[in-house]
Design a protein around this ligand. Structure first.
Ligand SMILES: C[S@@+](CC[C@H](N)C(=O)[O-])C[C@H]1O[C@@H](n2cnc3c(N)ncnc32)[C@H](O)[C@@H]1O
Length: 272
């Protein structure tokens, strides 16, 4: 497999990242998001799971791209799905596999491959579940591959970082935010002076998101985090509720302000 320079940089970054996270990640997976009846619809992550939980996943073939340390893949297997999970970083996958071995999680097959060139045959999966991966990959190539490996009528569900290009260019990349405010605020927002951000990642914008939308016969998106995760940490429930309430009022226009998008699409058939 020939890797692009970007893919190689991702592997190198995550080798060091995995080494620093070994103790933290070799712990049991938290299953609250699939087992707790008190739902959190204001939270993008919980909202993506709400969409998954609306479907019977038993014996469904589910693909988890850029699976990281395996949490989502393991949760989906607990819901009865037959899960294939992949990541470009071998060291990250080692931790995911060891975690399954240590805690007896089963039902997931982990493999190393890039999202842009999948080794699965055409029409292999019922559902693809994206969590925080699209901002690391070549979107047109990855979307084409995902559509290829989905069965006709297959479903794409996800929760991804997003920013509209107008906001990115005129506010986030403005001198005031980039040079004056960001450095001072990142510890408050991310809880860390050196947040987990690779050299090439960038939030997907409306043009990149359109590749996903256009690949689907039907598509639905909900917008989150206009100020949560940007101006205040995403741990604040009150701020998340307020933010999501505001996004709902904005409806489709929420896409101009959102920092996250939760989506569900169906390839080659109407959304039900
Ligand atoms: C932000 S992490 C998300 C991991 C996981 N989805 C989660 O939510 O915890 C991004 C992951 O994408 C992987 N990755 C980066 N570029 C990739 C690519 N081109 N193909 C597949 N995986 C990639 C990284 O190794 C990393 O594990």
């Amino acid at each position: 497999m020939t890797l692009t320079p970007r893919q190689q940089r991702e592997i190198d970054y995550h080798r060091a990242y995995a080494a620093g996270k070994e103790t933290e990640r070799l712990k049991p997976v938290n299953f609250d998001v699939i087992e707790d009846d008190r739902r959190r619809p204001h939270n993008a992550f919980w909202s993506a799971y709400d969409r998954l939980l609306a479907h019977d996943l038993r014996n469904k073939r589910v693909l988890v791209p850029g699976c990281g340390f395996g949490e989502d893949a393991i949760r989906l297997a607990r819901l009865g799905a037959i899960v294939a999970a992949f990541d470009i970083s071998p060291e990250v996958l080692d931790i995911a596999r060891r975690r399954c071995a240590d805690f007896g999680y089963s039902g997931v097959t982990f493999s190393a491959m890039p999202c842009e060139a999948l080794s699965f045959p055409d029409h292999s999966f019922d559902i693809v579940f994206f969590i925080d991966i699209l901002h690391h990959v070549d979107i047109p190539k990855s979307v084409a591959e995902i559509v290829r490996v989905l069965k006709p009528g297959g479903r794409i569900i996800g929760n991804e970082l997003y920013t509209h290009s107008f906001l990115q260019k005129n506010i986030r990349e403005s001198w005031l935010v980039d040079k004056a405010l960001y450095g001072a605020m990142k510890k408050f927002i991310y809880g860390d002076d050196r947040p987990y951000i690779t050299a090439d990642e960038h939030k997907i914008d409306e043009r990149e998101f359109a590749h996903l939308e256009n690949a689907c016969a039907s598509f639905d998106a909900a917008w989150f985090n206009a100020f949560v995760g940007r101006l205040v940490p995403d741990k604040s429930t009150a701020a998340s509720r307020l933010d999501r309430g505001m996004m709902k009022l904005l409806g489709r226009s929420g896409r101009f302000a959102a920092g996250r998008v939760v989506f569900e699409g169906v390839v080659g058939a109407a959304l039900q």
